[in-house]
Design a protein around this ligand. Structure first.
Ligand code: ATP
Length: 245
């Protein structure tokens, strides 16, 4: 049983390089910026978020640029640590957020896949099978055996997608651009993605695309300025957003 539970979740980003007093003064009028006890400017990216996401929930995080969608996704994935409140995620997480997250750019595609397999507790033979499976789906040919720092952006997405979808997570966290690969690849990826989403207990996707929300989700959380403005069935939340557009 997978569950995500947040209570009063807050996250700040400190701005280390903003020192000039006049600039500070100018910025401080803005509602999301304040100073911390060390007199650094911090932006409040997420403020006092409380929600529970349970098995069967397919949640879209929606809202304008800078609303906090990706930050929340990364916090759920454990990339960022909340500065206040609590967050509990029960269930194995699969994150399709940053292409290079958890990858060693000096290692080859194959080495990265094997490492991920070892991390998940697979034995040597299972890691080999996983690498073959990923290689076939990603379709990178010989590039699978060169360091990934040489990959194009599209090649990186292919590898990350193939890798992340080769192992079924209970909690699937996804940024929308993973749904926006090149057309030929996405046609092939669609079925695999549907299987992955269907097999996950929980899915959370950050997106601007209402078609994606309507197609994949049964619940939406609307964020703005780092706070939750609405949380409920997709049509209720999108209706509110469309009304303000
Ligand atoms: N690494 C960071 N360092 C400093 N501030 C950050 C960082 N990441 C995000 N922020 C700030 O946190 C706030 C939320 O950003 P976030 O990227 O989560 O928004 P978003 O809803 O995903 O936006 P978009 O739709 O544009 O992708 C913004 O004010 C942004 O400037």
């Amino acid at each position: 049983m997978a569950v995500i539970e947040a209570k009063g979740l807050c996250l700040d980003f400190p701005y280390y390089h903003i020192g000039a007093r006049s600039l500070k003064k100018r910025l401080m009028g803005k509602s999301r910026l304040h100073t911390d006890p060390s007199n650094r400017i911090v932006v409040t990216a997420l403020r006092n978020l409380t929600f529970r996401i349970g098995t069967g929930d397919r949640v879209a995080l929606v809202g304008p640029n800078g609303a906090g969608k990706t930050t929340l996704l990364r916090t759920l994935a454990g990339v960022y640590e909340p500065v206040a409140g609590s967050l509990t995620v029960t269930g194995q997480i699969g994150a399709l957020i940053d292409v290079a997250a958890g990858m060693d750019t000096e290692s080859t595609g194959r080495e990265n896949v094997r490492l991920r397999g070892l991390y998940r507790g697979l034995d040597d033979a299972a890691c080999d099978r996983l690498a073959e499976e990923v290689a076939e789906f990603a379709g990178l040919g010989d590039f699978f055996d060169v360091p990934i720092r040489t990959y194009s952006a599209g090649m990186g997405v292919r590898l990350a997608f193939a890798m992340a979808t080769a192992m079924q997570p209970q909690v699937l966290l996804m940024d929308e651009w993973f749904l926006a690969g090149d057309a030929a690849f996405m046609a092939k990826a669609e079925e695999r993605l549907a299987r992955l989403v269907g097999g996950a207990d929980i899915m959370v996707v950050a997106t601007h695309d209402f078609a994606v929300v309507r197609r994949w989700c049964n619940r939406a959380i609307r964020l703005e300025g780092g706070v939750i403005l609405a949380d409920g069935p997709v049509e209720d939340v999108l209706g509110g957003l469309e009304a303000t557009a």
